[in-house]
Design a protein around this ligand. Structure first.
Ligand SMILES: NC(=O)c1ccc[n+]([C@@H]2O[C@H](COP(=O)([O-])OP(=O)(O)OC[C@H]3O[C@@H](n4cnc5c(N)ncnc54)[C@H](OP(=O)(O)O)[C@@H]3O)[C@@H](O)[C@H]2O)c1
Length: 384
């Protein structure tokens, strides 16, 4: 069942932040003390999803006997409650973005701080705090997280919602507010693909909040979701036969964009589809417009740089890490997102939860292009 922030009465949400952290570790609120920190909150072995060889979803192996991470300076151990599923996890699994094997999958989670060194409490975090973050190795019961990567979850934001704000939310935020390098001004046109799902569902809403005029695209099956993004114009495409994602040749997108923009083209394009749309993107750009190619859901883009010259256009291939470099930048983006959710200006949806042990199914689902909202792995039920 899809759960959206619109259905979500935050004011009345009760968050049992720190109860039942462990049978021998009952912590309450923000009152944890040195005694509590020395409790043995983290068992030596844990459950995790491990990748031992590159390949399809079946290479995700559910392992109940993985060594738990060890606490070190400037870090905390987080007991994960949710891990976010992102496309990048499939690229790590397949070896498109190579990692050293074996590794614990994932790079987004939300949970409760289970351990911190007494010397690090001065950073403003403590045992029992609800946090969300993006680092590697999150499909696991426990993760070692640099304190600089932690985002404290406000009491009025449910943890699942806060977790989904991390990768897709922060990405959408930097795409519409920074990656375009101010080559588009409020009131000008932006083209955003696949606004019926994932990062771009967020990006379209945020682009409107920032004052841009938005042309969105979506496959037919995701129209209902796409409509919630309130784009000024929505281009609806047929699906590729037998698939859940758009056939980008089913409508002449360039022609539609030129009609809408009086033949000017768009000043900015946000494109996470990649291979299937990069040519269309170049054709839809206005003079001195910027093409932000941030993803490759349909395959990697081979970019002919000479094609930019006819419009003196710009292109960038950004990544989240470079737009959350400092703690101020990370916290600033997160605070603005939480505020938009609180005010009801940003509707996000948690579409589906899979148990940790069902990570294979979760990857199959995302790779089939079925997702309409965020997919989470539920790691534990005994902490809310
Ligand atoms: N650079 C960064 O900072 C950054 C951050 C986050 C994500 N990303 C990347 O951005 C891309 C999109 O991520 P997301 O989280 O938005 O994914 P998502 O929620 O799964 O959405 C992807 C959408 O792309 C469209 N699509 C077109 N062809 C597809 C195909 N062959 N297979 C699957 N989907 C296809 C579909 O929309 P339609 O049905 O409308 O076609 C689909 O819903 C991924 O490559 C991801 O790794 C990059």
């Amino acid at each position: 069942m899809t759960r959206t922030t619109n259905d979500n009465p935050f004011a009345s949400t009760t968050l049992a932040t720190n109860s039942n952290l462990d049978s021998n570790t009952t912590l309450t609120g923000h009152e944890s003390s040195y005694e509590k920190q020395t409790m043995k909150a983290v068992p030596s072995r844990m459950k995790a999803i491990v990748v031992r060889e590159y390949g399809g979803p079946s290479t995700l192996s559910y392992d109940t006997n993985v060594s738990s991470p060890e606490l070190k300076e400037n870090h905390v151990i987080v007991r994960n409650i949710y891990a976010g599923i992102n496309f990048i996890d499939t690229y790590h699994r397949k070896g498109l973005y190579p990692r050293t094997l074996p590794f614990v999958a994932g790079q987004e989670a939300g949970g409760v701080i289970a351990d911190i060194l007494p010397s690090d409490v001065s950073y403003g975090f403590n045992i029992g705090d609800r946090v969300v973050y993006s680092t590697l190795e999150t499909y696991s019961e426990y993760s070692l997280v640099p304190i600089s990567k932690l985002i404290k979850t406000p009491d009025d934001i449910p943890l699942d919602v806060a977790t989904v704000c991390v990768v897709q939310g922060l990405t959408a935020h930097y795409l519409v507010s920074s990656a375009h390098a101010d080559l588009i001004q409020p009131g000008e046109w932006m083209l955003i693909y696949s606004v019926g799902s994932g990062t771009c569902q967020w990006a379209a809403q945020m682009a409107k909040l920032k004052g841009y005029k938005v042309i969105g695209t979506t496959s037919k099956g995701k129209v209902e979701n796409a409509t919630k993004a309130h784009c000024d114009e929505l281009i609806v495409l047929d699906e590729v036969e037998g698939k859940s994602f758009a056939n980008y040749d089913s409508v002449d997108i360039t022609k539609r964009v030129m009609e809408i923009t009086n033949n000017e083209g768009v000043k900015c394009i946000i494109d996470g589809v990649g291979k299937s749309t990069s040519e269309i993107s170049l054709n839809c750009l206005a003079h001195r417009g910027i093409f932000i190619s941030f993803g490759n859901a349909s395959g990697v883009v081979e970019f002919p740089i000479l094609k930019l010259s006819s419009k003196s256009a710009y292109v960038t291939r950004p990544k989240l890490l470079d737009y959350t470099k400092t703690t101020d930048e990370l916290q600033g983006r997160a605070s603005e997102i939480f505020q938009w959710i609180r005010e009801g200006n940003l509707v996000i949806s948690v579409e589906k939860e899979f148990d940790l042990k069902d990570a294979v199914e979760a990857h199959e689902y995302i790779e089939a292009g079925c997702t309409k909202g965020k997919i989470l792995l539920k790691i534990t039920s005994d902490v809310k």
